[in-house]
Design a protein around this ligand. Structure first.
Ligand code: HEM
Length: 149
């Protein structure tokens, strides 16, 4: 019973912590760089971080639904789990969009040195990650402290 929740929490820390670092620390620091270097840095950063997000998402789904099954199904778990599931699915759909649309566009733009298109794609990623970071923090609070409300 303790392994699924441990993995669930590790996946949360990796995904939400990674978004927090990217948005709150790397984004303002990278703003000091010229577009060609800045966009290349982001493209390479995403190439290394996004596989971890895939691993986190799969882990969250497998462990989350595993815990629900062990608890007796959706009818037996508290409302905080229903809210977590809904917010988690929204976060995952937003990540899928980022991964397959602006992130792919950014990688292609960097490859062909089209900095204008790259900057537009990065702007979209920045907006979507800021929303997902906020949702991730809220979902973490709901998942961990929700049972006490
Ligand atoms: C989308 C699929 C998800 C499912 C099915 C799911 C399911 C669950 C379940 C059943 C629990 C145990 C709750 C309890 O026993 O009170 C749990 C705990 C938790 N979940 Fe999720 N979850 C999902 C996604 C997420 C996401 C995306 C986050 C955060 C970004 C998250 C954060 C947490 C946290 C912080 C806990 C508390 C662990 C603890 O109190 O020890 N979950 N989740």
């Amino acid at each position: 019973m303790s392994a699924p929740i441990t993995l669930h929490l590790l996946a949360v820390v990796i995904w939400v912590g990674g978004m927090f670092f990217a948005y709150m620390a790397l984004r303002p620091a990278a703003g000091l760089l010229e577009p060609p270097v800045r966009l290349t840095l982001w493209s390479h950063t995403f190439k290394r971080f996004f596989p971890w997000v895939w691993v986190s998402i799969i882990t969250l789904l497998v462990t989350g639904f595993g815990i629900i099954k062990q608890s007796g199904g959706m009818g037996e778990v508290g409302p905080h789990v229903h809210i977590m599931l809904l917010l988690g699915i929204i976060m995952m759909l937003m990540f899928l969009h980022v991964f397959f649309a602006p992130h792919k566009k950014l990688a292609l733009a960097v490859e062909s040195q089209d900095w204008e298109t790259g900057a537009k794609a990065l702007n979209q990623i920045r907006l979507l990650i800021s929303i997902n970071l906020l949702l991730g923090l809220i979902t973490t609070v709901v998942g961990s402290a929700g049972q006490f409300y």
